[in-house]
Design a protein around this ligand. Structure first.
Ligand SMILES: [Zn+2]
Length: 297
């Protein structure tokens, strides 16, 4: 067991950043297990993207959103089912319509309880935020694509297919050229691979690479990552390049029947040398594990 205790993952609404007219982000302040949270307005409705982890964080987000909305109708969506993104949705019941893609709703139902148990083991500050979590049931479930009319502004909700999780979704605001990617993109850190065999092996590096190329081709001007600083389209290219290099370097060694342990060692060293400033170095090994399992031989 590790002695390291994660700091309290608390959402704070100070420093809210306006990205475009009637579109703001509650930034994660580079705190682990705090996501970037979007609030997107139209003439008659407002969409919130992500809840923060647990009911108390979600209450902070809901309070902010209600004040922001000034009586406009509220919607909530989440980019995927992971605890800091979706495990606060219960608080929005009765105040907002919770709308997600089908694969994500299935993830939430099938994997939610396991993730709740797993995250409670991450230390007391995280466990405290998870107190009282009830896994939510979405009010509206769409299949793979949904256009949400907020009044004078249409937001595109799109399931990407399996990548970081089985039920990833991206949220795009075309008139503002803003894309919310969830954990498909992180800024300033290595891609998070929730590769936890045998409990969870849904993450797919090969599909993730394909998804990143598709997202990059959409050329949004502003990219809101799951965690880390808001950036431009280069963020999409950076993640795509990283994943591709991770695949190539892992598979090249796998081709020569190198042990997974040695691959992890060599590829980790290489990736850290390439991105010395990135956090989350521990995720490289899980990425290698995922790619060894996806090796075509
Ligand atoms: Zn995630």
């Amino acid at each position: 067991m590790t002695e390291y205790v994660l700091p309290a993952p608390v959402v704070q609404t100070e420093g809210v950043r306006e990205l475009a007219r009637d579109l703001v982000v509650i930034p994660n302040r580079r705190l682990q297990l705090v996501p970037n949270i979007g609030v997107i307005g139209g003439t008659h409705s407002v969409l919130v993207v992500e809840t923060g982890m647990g009911p108390r964080n979600a209450e902070t987000v809901l309070r902010f959103a209600m004040e922001y909305a000034q009586g406009r109708r509220l919607y909530l969506t989440t980019t995927h089912f992971h605890p800091e993104h979706a495990f606060g949705a219960q608080v929005f019941a009765g105040e907002a319509t919770f709308l997600i893609n089908k694969a994500q709703a299935q993830d939430l139902a099938a994997k939610g309880p396991g993730y709740l148990a797993m995250f409670r083991e991450l230390g007391e500050p995280v466990a405290r935020q998870l107190e009282g979590v009830e896994l939510p049931t979405p009010g509206v479930v769409y299949d793979t694509a949904h256009d949400l009319d907020l009044g004078g502004r249409t937001v595109r909700l799109r399931a990407t297919g399996r990548a970081h999780s089985r039920g990833d979704q991206v949220v795009t605001v075309p008139d503002a050229e803003v894309m919310f990617t969830g954990d498909l993109v992180e800024a300033g850190q290595f891609s998070i691979f929730p590769w936890f065999p045998p409990h969870d092996t849904d993450v797919s590096a090969t599909r993730w690479i394909t998804v990143m190329r598709r997202l990059a081709a959409a050329r949004p001007q502003l990219v809101v990552p799951g965690h880390g600083d808001i950036g431009g389209p280069q963020l999409l290219a950076d993640v795509g390049d990283y994943l591709q290099l991770l695949r190539d370097e892992t598979w090249r060694r796998r081709d020569s029947a190198m042990s997974q342990e040695t691959i992890v060692e060599e590829v980790s060293a290489l990736m850290i040398e390439r991105h010395p400033e990135w956090e989350g170095q521990e995720w490289i090994a899980r990425g290698v594990g995922c790619l060894c399992a996806e090796h075509p031989a």
